[in-house]
Design a protein around this ligand. Sequence first.
Ligand SMILES: Nc1ncnc2c1ncn2[C@@H]1O[C@H](COP(=O)(O)OP(=O)(O)OP(=O)(O)O)[C@@H](O)[C@H]1O
Ligand SMILES: [Mg+2]
Length: 451
Amino acid sequence: MGEAVSAMGIAILDTDKETANLLAELIAETGEYPSPYTSKDKFLEVINPKQHSIAIISDEFVDVVEGTKQVYNTIEIIAIGASDGSACLKAGASHFLRKPFRADEIVQVIQALGAPGQTRQAQAESPFVVADAAMGRIMEVIRKVAPTQAPVLIMGESGTGKEVIARTIHALSRRRTGPYVGINLAAIPETLLESELFGYEKGAFTGAYATRVGRFEQADGGTILLDEVTEIGYGLQAKLLRVLQERQIDRVGGKSPVKVDFRVISTTNRDIAGEIKAGRFRNDLFFRLNVIPITVPPLRDRRDDILPLAAHFVHKIASREGIQEKVLGAQAKDALLKYSWPGNVREMENIIERAMILTEGDTISAENIHVDGMSMGDAGALPEAGTTIHDMEKRLIYSTLQKVDGNRTKAATLLGISIRTLRNKLNEYTRGGQISDDFPGDPAGCDPEDS
Ligand SMILES: Nc1ncnc2c1ncn2[C@@H]1O[C@H](COP(=O)(O)OP(=O)(O)OP(=O)(O)O)[C@@H](O)[C@H]1O
Ligand SMILES: [Mg+2]
């Protein structure tokens, strides 16, 4: 247990010295050693996100809760006290425990906060590469809609950059100083989703040790991202619709609704019209979410983004791994441009990462660009769906010729065909001695042995 909660850094603020010390001792049994304070000034002097990830603050200090959350929004605040906790929760505490509580209750809350999988606030904005005209048009829409309150629905294949766009909208909005809270609706089991979204009151169910605010309340004053929104069950969709209409949420086990000020952005990589037709997604919810639709094109439809993105990832991986910067060789660039990118930008990041590791010098060659365990340098780009056998055969013949410097005898041997067949095929591909323009170079015309 000590392992799981260690090194989180906890500061306690309570005017009652005995309470503060007792709390510190109780928590110390888990292997975490909190620092107790009774003075607000002293507490404010020491609190800092490098040393503390959790602050336990008595409800007498609503101003400290608010100030701490505003200045250091990565610090999770557990408020404690005799009030109903609403002022502290409104001020930014994520949990409230009413005194008196048992030691195991606060330990449970601390462990839940330290558990992996807790989504934190949005990390520092990462640079967003926009080079292709198609993405330029999307950027214009983003600039226009960001300052408004309108719900945005971002659609696009997996890995196209939907989350990056959502974050950019938040960063360009008036809510940028407020929280950005994401929740992946595909990742959370249906049974837990309601309390995750809307929070719960202490005692609402077994294991509800403390009143807990949900993601909507966490997003108060900011933006909530409903990632993979089509994955939410039909029943909960009705509740979500009501929250969007009424701008207030009901905590599980709560007695009265809580007003929340949020802007909603949602994403999906599914065909949402198909989901509606199949009766899996509510039409009315779709209309609420889809005020501003943004469709992100797949990478294969915005080829001018390919090389700038590749250069961006080379730089990003070099600085992250502390390795030498590298450049892409001409054939590597060619291979990247020809590839169909079924996994979009995410796939590009993985491929460049692998290439950076494989490359020893300062130039990334096509041999070091691997897709599905195959090097692009060996086979050229993998065929896209829609490529004919005839085209594939042509590509294979040319890339083989390139590899053997145009020697047709060697090429025929490698291809497993006769030299006559090879010559016939090359004649068919070339029109009046010209090689068709989709294959640069002139491998067919440079064989001294066979012309
Ligand atoms: N235009 C871009 N500039 C820089 N990095 C990008 C860009 N687009 C995407 N990325 C990076 O590619 C990866 C995938 O992007 P993101 O997570 O936004 O995709 P997604 O559309 O949400 O995918 P999924 O549907 O699978 O959740 C991330 O690491 C992101 O930082
Ligand atoms: Mg995503």
